[in-house]
Design a protein around this ligand. Structure first.
Ligand SMILES: [Zn+2]
Length: 103
């Protein structure tokens, strides 16, 4: 018997670095690449971080970002920073500006 395992759902229990997780989510579209319309901070509520999927404990500061469609993303402060940087670094899938090449 040859059982093939599909890795398409990214649900393997391997621990990935937060930056890898966030990059994957940006690529598959489960994290938006848009800028939030509103951002605020607070403390964790034991829910999962939208970036690294780890728990956000009440002792940990967090960032919340409200998107244009009303979705609220909740991140560890570090994951929020990664998300902001990584979504800028990815090729823009919606409105990619032409690469500006100088002379
Ligand atoms: Zn996180």
């Amino acid at each position: 018997m040859n059982t093939q395992r599909a890795d398409v759902l990214l649900c393997r229990p391997t621990m990935k670095a937060p930056s890898e997780r966030i990059t994957s989510k940006l690529w598959v579209g489960s994290l938006p690449i848009d800028d939030p319309v509103k951002t605020w901070g607070g403390y964790g509520s034991d829910l999962e971080c939208d970036g690294c999927d780890g728990p956000r404990t009440p002792k940990e500061p967090e960032h919340e970002h409200q998107m244009q469609n009303g979705r609220v993303l909740r991140f560890h402060v570090a994951c929020a920073g990664l998300w902001r940087v990584l979504k800028q670094a990815l090729p823009d899938r919606k409105h990619a500006p032409p690469p500006s090449s100088s002379l």
